[in-house]
Design a protein around this ligand. Structure first.
Ligand SMILES: C[S@@+](CC[C@H](N)C(=O)[O-])C[C@H]1O[C@@H](n2cnc3c(N)ncnc32)[C@H](O)[C@@H]1O
Length: 279
């Protein structure tokens, strides 16, 4: 079978299974299998796909048709222009989380001590460390996730110190100048409506935020108040409808709240500064 035929058949199968962007998905999986850029497929449509590879390709297409996220099949996801290893042990970094980077760099580029709470694949911590050109701490409660973050830090030669702990509990009071986090923020009701890809494949500890989706924010805000120095910044990604309740959590002891919208115009990131001591 030639590449063009393989792609056509795979794309049809994915479409029948209700997979979004079936043609693109078929191309991404074939280029990953051949370890070639997608442009190679367009330049060599007549090239023969050997039987062994054709069978492997079919298996990959079957996995995706059964609902396994593309990123877990290829083991890759791009974030802020860099490629990250992702496995089913970690949340797949989302493009909207790039606004967390944008906000953190805007308010606290000079921060000498920064921690990413709930680092997952390490996408935020690795990116901040490379952009700020200094060491960044990163925590997670999941040991398998920390192993993936360690591999990503190694691949990018980023200075990231990983810590296994609950939120930021391993750090001393007033020891940080920046706390960033994309915490689990999906509530029970919202979880029912999640796409099957997320519900059945991504680690639930990475996205479930208690009955109302705000449980981790509540603990995170008080932990951030403890570990931040006066004048230090908290930068958090916001879930659906989280702006108002999270802003309310920051009413006492915080100042200069700022909001960043995502590309759809929804409030996506909230930053606030730990109150500086009265002079
Ligand atoms: C939404 S994911 C974000 C992952 C990554 N920062 C990103 O943006 O792609 C939330 C992460 O928080 C971690 N987590 C959940 N509860 C935690 C806790 N109590 N303490 C530390 N990490 C926690 C999960 O294991 C998961 O890796």
């Amino acid at each position: 079978m030639d590449l063009a035929t393989a792609l056509r058949q795979a794309s049809r199968r994915l479409e029948q299974a209700g997979v979004a962007a079936p043609r693109l998905t078929a191309e991404v999986l074939l280029s990953a299998l051949l370890d070639r850029p997608r442009s190679y497929l367009f330049a060599h449509p007549e090239e023969t796909l050997p039987d062994g590879l054709a069978a492997s390709y079919e298996a990959l297409i079957a996995e995706r048709a059964a609902g396994r996220p593309l990123q877990y099949i290829t083991g890759r996801q791009e974030f802020y222009g860099r490629e990250f290893l992702v496995t089913p042990d970690v949340f797949i970094p989302r493009p909207e989380t790039e606004h967390v980077i944008e906000a953190a760099l805007a308010v606290a580029f000079e921060a000498r001590r920064a921690v990413d709470v709930g680092c997952g694949s390490g996408a935020i911590a690795v990116t901040l460390s490379l952009e700020m050109k200094r060491k960044v701490w990163a925590t997670d409660i999941s040991l398998p996730a920390l192993a993936v973050a360690a591999e990503n830090a190694r691949r990018h030669a980023a200075q990231v110190e990983l810590v296994a702990c609950d939120l930021a509990s391993a750090f001393a009071a007033a020891s940080m100048e920046l706390v960033v986090s994309n915490p689990p923020y999906i509530g029970e009701e919202e979880a029912q409506a999640l796409p099957r890809e997320v519900r059945e494949h991504e680690p639930s500890i990475a996205f479930l935020g208690g009955p109302d989706g705000l449980a981790v924010y509540r603990r995170l805000v008080s932990e951030a108040a403890r570990v931040l120095r006066p004048g230090g910044w908290l930068v958090v990604e916001l879930g659906w409808n989280a702006l108002e309740p999270v802003t309310a959590m920051l009413e006492t002891g915080w100042e200069e709240p700022r909001v960043w919208p995502d590309l759809a115009g929804r409030p996506r990131v909230l930053a606030a500064r730990r109150l500086r001591e009265a002079s």
